[in-house]
Ligand binder design. Sequence first.
Ligand code: UDP
Length: 337
Amino acid sequence: MTVLVTGGAGYIGSHTVLALVEAGERVVVIDNLSTGFSSFVPEGVPLFIGDAGDENLVEGVIASQRVDAIIHFAGSVIVSESMRDPLGYYRNNTMTSRSLLNAAVTRHVRNIIFSSTAAVYGNPDRTPVPEEAPTRPLSPYGCSKLMTEIMLHDSAAAYGLNYVALRYFNVAGADPLARIGLATAGATHLLKIAVEAATGQRARVDVFGTDYATPDGSCIRDFIHVADLAQAHVAALRYLRQGGSPTTLNCGYGRGYSVLETIDAVRRVAGRNFAVASAARRPGDIVAMVADTSRIRRTLDWTPRYDDLDTIAGHAMAWERKLLAQRQGFELEAISA
Ligand code: UDP
């Protein structure tokens, strides 16, 4: 039995590959390395460089590696980018997923775990948001992921596919041992921006909107540590293999922090201050997003270990410092060469 992880060289994918390997699973990765890093794939895990939407490649890997489950991460993940390039998002997310599912159905792989997002809810009527809340995405990113959820639902009914769609809230932090973390250039995610500011790599953090109807005027998010999210995938795999029925689960901790509180946590763990400025609202942003986590806690054998904003920020800082030291080391080598 082998687990195929698409996007396994990316941020969440690589943490999940590590967790799977540590749980004793045999894993293979397909990644086109557009945003991922081959160095993030652990030794001994075969990496096939290519697109998750390339049906020939996927079918070949399924057959040659005896794949019984697919965890599908590959895709584009930036809300603001999706507003500028919706068709790119429907290609990279929706069309790729359609091809992958077709390959899975053709080759009789029944178990699928899909990276979905809280962005499928749009602005919820109330928080915490349960999975039954209406889905009204505000961005092509959210729509592109919701379309895949619909395909999964219909494919389960028609072809007997079994799946868990995990709706991620705000994923942050890094491997607690700082082996891997978020390394993609051109960061847009709040915690990454804040740790870059804390390490002197950017002049300040802009807060996109300080006039929202929230206690401090900034948006509210439910941050989940990437290592806990990785473990949720391991638990979802176990659930599917034990015959659990198709389901959709929120992945968060059920607690919201404002953008300003999050920035403060980074200042605290970094032990240094950096500039913060008020800026205009960002198009497509949801005001407050906090998960109702009762279903995931009920369904999966999953207990978060890093449910603490300072811990998340601390691990993100440790990884950022390591990344920076590595980069500076390379630059020094280049100068002295
Ligand atoms: N944000 C911000 N400044 C930044 C990056 C993000 O104020 O430089 C805010 C953003 O407007 C949103 C929250 O932080 O309210 C989380 O944004 P992020 O891009 O990290 O994740 P999203 O919730 O959009 O998936």
